[in-house]
Design a protein. Structure first.
Length: 86
């Protein structure tokens, strides 16, 4: 097998010379970068709004009487839990 460290160092030296040729003052994300960022921000906003709407529909309050009656009836109706066979 060829020595990978030699090829990696050769690639790094070539990339380093290319980086020196780029003018750092003119490198910007541009319009495409702004559009991608804006689309991602809108997607996150829409997902948060949807999550908020769905979470507001959930009723976490449970009456203590219904919980004790339901658990006793469920235990009698279903019986002991059986292990899954896979």
């Amino acid at each position: 097998m060829p020595d990978m460290s030699a090829s990696a160092s050769l690639a790094m030296t070539q990339l380093a010379t290319l980086a020196k040729e780029v003018d750092e003052d003119k490198v910007t994300p541009g319009v495409l970068g702004f559009i991608v960022f804006a689309v991602m921000a809108l997607a996150v906003w829409a997902l948060m709004k949807s999550m908020n709407r769905h979470m507001s529909k959930v009723d976490f309050a449970e009456s203590p009487a219904a919980r004790t009656e339901g658990s006793a009836e469920d235990a009698e109706a279903t019986g002991p839990a059986k292990p899954r066979q896979g």
